[in-house]
Design a protein around this ligand. Structure first.
Ligand code: GDP
Length: 196
């Protein structure tokens, strides 16, 4: 499985730093501290590929990881951290919305949500920006190990019902970087998206 071949490619802080559109990109997004870096590290089987931060909101860069000559995973800056200064927030907002709405090489979006706090206003904002492109979105309800199996499944059903009504191009599953719940399923989705 070639997700295991990921290597760091480049970082972009500004729109004009982005590598030229080419090949296929799968982007990862989520609120600060949702568990996005852990998801990337788990899927690529690398402990430190994406930086797991003790300080939410620190990653301000768009990081590109290369899987194959024409395949990339893209780690978008975490959003929604309250202590971020307004000018930084505005910068992320324009960088993120622009990237999501105009990036032609972007194939799909993996949206990471802490299963205990799904579908917050900023998450809905991301869904709205990206679903306007008509491209696919897959939500990982991560930290599923924090809830009982029954409670995790109740949340999964609630989120799935909401998506079915308002964002039908969007799918959802449970995930945990601790117990590896859902890792195979997430791999299957991403591998499918990467297929030319
Ligand atoms: P990011 O800010 O979205 O990149 O989130 P991180 O991956 O840095 O994770 C934030 C915190 O949640 C860290 O303390 C992680 O150890 C923890 N965490 C991440 N994923 C999981 C998970 O699946 N289960 C549990 N129990 N903790 C997790």
């Amino acid at each position: 499985p070639h997700l295991l071949n990921a290597t760091f490619y480049t970082s972009a802080h500004e729109r004009w730093d982005l590598p030229k559109h080419s090949g296929i990109e799968i982007a990862f997004s989520g609120r600060s501290n949702a568990g996005k870096s852990s998801v990337i590290n788990t899927l690529t089987n690398r402990n430190h590929l994406a930086f797991v931060s003790k300080t939410p909101g620190r990653t301000q860069l768009i990081n590109f990881f290369q899987l194959a000559s024409n395949q990339f995973l893209v780690d978008l800056p975490g959003y929604g951290y309250a202590k971020v200064p307004e000018h930084v927030r505005q910068h992320w907002k324009s960088l993120l919305s622009n990237y999501l709405q105009t990036r032609t090489s972007l194939r799909g979006l993996i949206l990471v949500m802490d299963i205990r706090h799904p579908l917050k206003p900023h998450d809905i904002q991301m869904l709205d920006w990206f679903s306007s492109t008509g491209k696919v979105i897959h939500i990982l309800l991560t930290k599923a190990d924090k809830l009982s199996k029954m409670r995790a499944n109740i949340t999964l059903q609630k989120v799935a019902l909401f998506l079915k009504e308002f964002y039908p191009q969007c799918s959802v599953q449970l995930f945990s970087s601790i117990t590896n719940i859902g890792v195979d399923d997430a791999m299957t989705v991403i591998t499918e998206w990467l297929r030319i």
